[in-house]
Design a protein around this ligand. Structure first.
Ligand SMILES: Nc1nc2c(ncn2[C@@H]2O[C@H](COP(=O)(O)OP(=O)(O)OP(=O)(O)O)[C@@H](O)[C@H]2O)c(=O)[nH]1
Ligand SMILES: [Mg+2]
Length: 424
């Protein structure tokens, strides 16, 4: 089964918590901190794999969750990291975040890796927070949560060339003549139900990948026939080879050409920017010659290469023409740009640590949450602590601010309820 569009849930593992622990040694009841760091959570990583041609596996795997990191342990032991989960996806997979719409990854190469859901960082253990002032901290960091997202994976075939045209015009016959691809060929419309890829080798050594796509009909861009589901695969081809049946009985090749182009345009107007080559097929049949003459009169801006896929006639000319046009189009000309995810941080301004106002008696009053916190923790009977309090105010920038307001050495300053002399 060819599945090219799935929605799944991915989640990175949570980071392990940092540990709070202390050394317990003989004769040393209150040893130093010894809490280890938590391990990192595992990430969900997608890896491009040429061997895969469908997203079928994701039908049965709708949740991919990487393991958590282990919590930190005593004796400064690290928690183990959660293992990353590597998931193989076909080359050509485009991964989108369903919530933000951002393209997370476009896997275009075999072995290419993309982190789809990052695991959380592990928390640091209390050992890491020890300072000369707090030699035995009783706290540690918690592990960070892993990223989690609903994603869409779309397989958009990465072929250099897409063969498009009405059903039964000979697209599959053509790809089987040009490459070793072996698609089903039959004399009825909609023989091809899923894209077929083939590697085409020109005699001069150049090569390219061609995709034979299910036939398109009028209204394909609105869902008629099979075409719509597969139009997206044309989006990433660099050159469109438009296959026409030159011996068609009750239609006209030129009308077919216009109809298909109209469908391409309806689906995505950018598709018409792609260089086209017309493979005028079935030239072995008698009616073809006359039709070719008419077609050449009507279409002058697109190269027309008459071929017979069935009789294998003039195929080299077609291959060279395709290779030449490919040489003129940049390899990444039509790839989707991977948009960086834009995270909006709400900016909540922190409250100012202090305010300075002038009281009615002319004395400057310093107040604020940070000041109050220090104020409450200070025992003003002890000179040492008062000094530390003053130091903290200085560090908060209180002194500087007072100076700017014109306060001089020896002036009185009120901090909450005590009055001090300003020392400069
Ligand atoms: N005479 C003649 N018949 C051809 C030629 N190319 C293809 N055919 C025949 O046309 C019919 C349709 O060929 P396919 O290759 O299956 O056509 P298709 O475009 O892939 O059709 P869908 O998959 O239905 O879109 C088959 O009977 C082929 O044998 C050709 O160059 N000359
Ligand atoms: Mg076919």
């Amino acid at each position: 089964m060819f599945i090219d569009d799935v929605k799944i849930f991915v989640k990175g593992g949570k980071g392990g918590n940092g540990a709070v622990a202390f050394r317990r040694e003989k004769y040393e009841p209150l040893g130093g901190p010894a809490g280890g760091d938590g391990g990192k959570g595992g990430s969900v990583i997608f890896v491009g794999d040429e061997g895969l041609t469908t997203l079928l596996d994701f039908r049965y795997q709708k949740h991919i969750v990487a393991p958590d990191g282990e919590n930190g342990k005593p004796k400064n032991c690290y928690g183990r990291d959660g293992k990353d989960i590597r998931v193989k996806v076909p080359v050509g997979s485009v991964v989108t975040d369903l919530t933000t719409g951002a393209v997370l990854a476009d896997i275009t190469r075999h072995g290419q890796e993309a982190v789809i859901a990052r695991g959380g960082r592990g928390g640091r253990g209390n050992t890491r927070f020890a300072t000369p002032k707090i030699p035995a901290p009783e706290f540690a960091e918690k592990g960070e949560a892993g990223e989690e997202r609903e994603i869409r994976i779309e397989l958009k075939i990465l072929a250099d060339v897409g063969l498009v045209g009405f059903p039964n015009v000979g697209k599959s016959t053509l790809i089987s003549a040009l490459s070793s691809a072996k698609p089903k060929i039959a004399d009825y419309p909609f023989t091809t139900l899923v894209p077929n890829l083939g590697v085409v080798q020109a005699k001069d050594g150049r090569s390219f990948v061609a995709a034979d796509l299910p036939g398109l009909i009028e209204g394909a861009s609105e869902g008629a026939g099979l075409g719509f589901r597969f139009l997206k695969h044309i989006e990433r081809t660099r050159v469109i080879v438009h296959v026409l049946d030159m011996a068609i009985k009750d239609r006209d090749p030129h009308a077919d050409y216009l109809t298909i182009n109209q469908e391409l345009e309806n689906y995505n107007p950018k598709l018409l920017l792609r260089p086209q080559i017309i493979a005028a097929n079935k030239m072995d049949l008698p009616e073809a010659e006359e039709n070719l003459k008419i077609l050449k009169e009507k279409i002058r801006d697109v190269p027309i290469i008459p071929v017979s896929a069935y009789a294998r006639r003039n195929l080299d000319e077609l291959v060279y023409k395709i290779a030449d046009v490919l040489d003129s189009v940049a390899v990444d000309a039509f790839l989707e740009p991977v948009r960086e995810e834009i995270v909006e941080y709400k900016f909540t301004p922190a409250p100012p640590p202090f305010t300075i106002t002038k009281a009615e008696d002319g004395v400057y009053v310093v107040d604020g949450p940070a000041i109050r916190r220090h104020f409450e923790r200070t025992n003003f009977d002890r000179e040492e602590e008062v000094k530390r309090f003053a130091q903290r105010l200085r560090r908060l920038g209180v002194d500087e601010e007072l100076r700017k307001l014109g306060v001089k050495h020896g002036d009185p300053v009120r901090v909450i309820k005590y009055e001090f002399e300003f020392w400069d």
